[in-house]
Design a protein. Structure first.
Length: 128
């Protein structure tokens, strides 16, 4: 099965040896997004909510470039340097997703690229 590399200027460009997403058949594997502003490639300014929203906006842009939306997300992985922000992630996530929600994991980590406090990646299944 052929692989299609997904790229959009509406999300941060890859800062390493990876693609923003890879589509195989109707499944899209989205790489991790941190709160980088696509236009400047700098971390978003603001509080933790601004960071979480930037990450969801980045994921949304990649999902749309692949021909889908966040509602097509089957699995979402959330990495937090402080699990104390888990409730805030849930609150903000409700602004981006409607039921049925994707499967999800929230993982506490020691550190993330560029000293980010949050990173998310996921798997999206596009409708036939």
């Amino acid at each position: 099965m052929a692989r299609e590399i997904i790229h959009t200027d509406n999300a941060p460009k890859a800062i390493g040896t990876y693609s923003q997403a890879v589509k195989v058949g109707s499944t899209v594997y989205l790489s991790g997004q941190i709160p980088l502003v696509p236009e400047t490639m700098q971390m978003v300014e603001g509080d933790m909510e601004a960071n979480i929203r930037r990450v969801f906006d980045n994921l949304k842009a990649v999902a749309e470039a692949a021909g889908g939306s966040l509602q097509d997300m089957a699995k979402l992985n959330i990495f937090l340097t402080d699990l104390g922000h888990f409730a805030l992630v849930n609150q903000v996530m409700a602004d981006y997703f409607q039921q049925p929600y994707p499967a999800r994991a929230a993982i506490g980590v020691a550190s993330l690229p560029r000293a980010a406090a949050v990173e998310m990646d996921g798997v999206m299944e596009l409708a036939d």
